[in-house]
Structures are given as structure tokens and as C-alpha cells.
Ligand binder design. Structure first.
Ligand SMILES: Cc1cc2nc3c(=O)[nH]c(=O)nc-3n(C[C@H](O)[C@H](O)[C@H](O)COP(=O)(O)OP(=O)(O)OC[C@H]3O[C@@H](n4cnc5c(N)ncnc54)[C@H](O)[C@@H]3O)c2cc1C
Ligand code: FES
Length: 290
């Protein structure tokens, strides 16, 4: 447990001279993924190196004059430039970020937090369970697994979205299924009349999915209620709680263990997380956000 520390602790942990000062990046491209979700591609304009990261880490993105928000990096850790973030427009800062035209400069602090560490699952079946925008923080871990596909057993991606139109990275999921041997199963909460796909919650897919729970690792990302239900269904099927990893979202201000905004009892989600195993999280998941 890292806990609230000093700026010196944060410097030591992040390896950055001042982790509170954003680096300047320019938005080089904006891709619209769904009605309300956009992927921003960023390149540094300060003459410095590309920002390397580990799958699961997040940055603090700063829209100058508006505010700063935590956003997971959604790109490939082996190809960190341009830096990718997939953002759902829900409020003031995310709206400013997704509406900024190419060329706009924004601030980036990070990368911060823990990793999915998907390599721990080598030799095991791997089950990714996700919903909606939750696929974005998981994408780097999926790419890590697919980069060494032969080192893993079965790879499943169970994905749920609100409606068919809210499906994120649809073309990419089809490629993972067709070319990379990923068993992709999709479902939607609500569908228009005549829709031929599966309708229901993503957690309902877990009971029947074809993996061996005794040798499976699971990586789960989505709204907290969905993650709680998914983790519980995985454990009921026989997956060890220590092999179920979740990415927690909590209100964050500093991102480096100084302010306490992200606290879940003894954990600080920005430094002890966001990726944590369910064995550790389960007793804390009733702690309300500050
Ligand atoms: C570690 C981490 C990684 C994240 N990664 C991503 C990501 O990859 N892509 C992405 O789109 N978002 C991500 N988020 C959520 C993102 O930070 C929030 O959506 C953002 O802070 C909202 O700020 P805002 O000013 O636009 O909206 P606000 O005006 O602050 O809020 C607008 C609405 O969004 C809700 N909201 C605020 N914060 C969150 C949150 N953390 N989770 C869910 N709802 C929230 C509020 O309750 C309110 O209803 C992540 C959050 C964390 C903690
Ligand atoms: S301690 Fe400040 S966001 Fe975690």
C-alpha cells in the first residue's frame, strides 16, 4: 500500500522530476469511434521522447483553461507514438478534449499507476470481460497477449455495449476473431427490432464461455457494478480471485498519491491501482467514492 506521501515519494515512484507538471502534446488526429466516444492521437511538442507506458496505466490529460482528468492509454505499448487515448464525452473536460481540433495543444502527466501485467497469464487461458468504453483501457493488455499469442491458451473477449451502435473498436474485434484466434462474444443491453445478435448483460456470457476456470486468468474493465458482477461470476465458476484483475475508477486530482481523492480505505487507486486483483479488492468494493 502506497498511501498519501510527499512529492519526493511521488518523484521516486514515477521517476519524473516534477510529476505535477504536464508535458505539452499536440492532438495530431481525432477519430470518432461511436456517437459519444473519440480516440485522440497525441505527439509531444516539447522536443522530448515519446511517452512509453505499460498496459493499464493512465495519464492525467489537461485541457488548458478547463481542467484535468484521468484517462487510460488505449494504444499499443510496443508502439507508444502517437500516444492514444479513447475518451467518452461525459462532461466539461472530456467534452473539451474530444472537441479540440487537430493541432490543439493539451497537457499530459504520467504515465501513472499499475499494469494489467498480462504476462503473468502466460500458459493459461485468458478471459477479457468488458463493457462499453472499458474496452479502451483493456486494449493494450489484449495487444500484449496477441503479440505472444502462442504463449497463452484460449483467449476470449466477452464484450457488452448498451446498443449495437455503441460498440467500440468493432472492426478491430472482428480482426482479433478472424486473424488472431480470439473467441469474441458480444452482447448488447438493448437492441432495435430485428437485431440478430445476442441481447443481455455481458456477465451472462461468463457461465457458458469455453475456458477452463482452473487455469484461467481474467481481466475485467467496465462500470463498477458490472465488474463486481463479473468478478463474482468468474469466481463462482472456479477462477481464483487472485487471478481476476479489475481496473478501478475513482475520482482523481493529483494521480500520484498526494491528495487522497482516490482513496478506498487503505488503498490509493492512483498508485496502488488502477489495476488490482479481486482478492484484494473484494472487501473494499463497498467503499463509496469521495
Ligand atoms: C484511472 C482512470 C482511467 C480512466 N480511463 C478513462 C478512459 O480511458 N476513457 C474515458 O472516457 N474515461 C476514463 N476515465 C473516466 C474519466 O476520468 C471521467 O469520465 C472524467 O473524469 C469526467 O470528467 P469531465 O470533466 O468530462 O466530466 P464531469 O463533469 O466531471 O462528470 C460528468 C459525468 O461523468 C461522471 N463521471 C465523472 N468521473 C467519472 C468516472 N471516473 N467514471 C465514471 N463516471 C464519471 C460524473 O458523475 C458525471 O455524471 C477514467 C477514470 C479513471 C479514474
Ligand atoms: S492521491 Fe491524489 S488522486 Fe490518488
Amino acid at each position: 500500500m502506497a498511501g498519501v506521501g510527499t512529492i519526493a515519494d511521488a518523484v521516486a515512484r514515477t521517476g519524473r522530476a516534477d510529476p505535477m507538471i504536464p508535458r505539452r502534446f499536440a492532438i495530431t488526429r481525432v477519430r470518432q469511434d461511436t456517437r459519444d466516444t473519440f480516440t485522440l492521437l497525441l505527439d509531444p511538442v516539447d522536443g522530448g521522447d515519446e511517452m512509453t507506458f505499460r498496459a493499464g496505466q493512465f495519464t492525467m490529460l489537461h485541457a488548458f483553461g478547463v481542467g484535468e482528468v484521468p484517462i487510460s492509454i488505449s494504444g499499443d505499448p510496443r508502439h507508444p507514438a502517437p500516444l492514444e487515448h479513447t475518451i467518452r464525452n461525459v462532461g466539461a473536460v472530456t467534452r473539451a478534449l474530444v472537441n479540440a481540433p487537430p493541432g490543439t495543444e493539451i497537457g499530459v502527466r504520467g504515465p501513472f499507476g499499475t499494469s494489467w501485467d498480462a504476462a503473468d497469464a502466460r500458459g493459461h487461458d485468458v478471459v477479457f470481460v468488458t463493457g462499453g468504453i472499458g474496452l479502451a483501457p483493456l486494449r493494450p493488455a489484449i495487444l500484449d497477449v496477441l503479440a505472444e499469442r502462442d504463449s497463452y491458451g484460449k483467449v476470449l473477449l466477452l464484450y457488452g455495449s448498451r446498443t449495437p451502435d455503441d460498440t467500440l473498436y468493432g472492426a478491430q474485434m472482428r480482426r482479433w476473431a478472424d486473424l488472431d484466434g480470439v473467441n469474441v462474444q458480444m452482447t448488447v443491453d438493448n437492441a432495435p427490432h430485428g437485431y440478430r445478435g445476442r441481447v443481455g448483460f455481458v456477465t451472462e456470457l461468463i457461465g457458458r464461455a469455453g475456458f477452463d476456470p482452473r487455469r484461467a486468468f481474467a481481466f475485467v474493465c467496465g462500470p463498477e457494478g458490472m465488474m463486481r458482477a463479473a468478478a463474482s461470476a468468474l469466481v463462482s465458476r472456479g477462477v481464483s480471485p487472485s487471478r481476476v484483475r479489475l481496473s478501478m475508477e475513482r475520482s482523481m486530482k493529483c494521480g500520484i498519491g498526494l491528495c487522497g481523492h482516490c482513496q478506498m480505505r487503505e488503498l490509493f487507486v492512483c498508485v496502488d491501482g488502477p489495476v488490482l486483483d479481486y482478492a484484494r479488492l473484494e472487501p473494499l468494493m463497498d467503499v463509496r467514492e469521495l
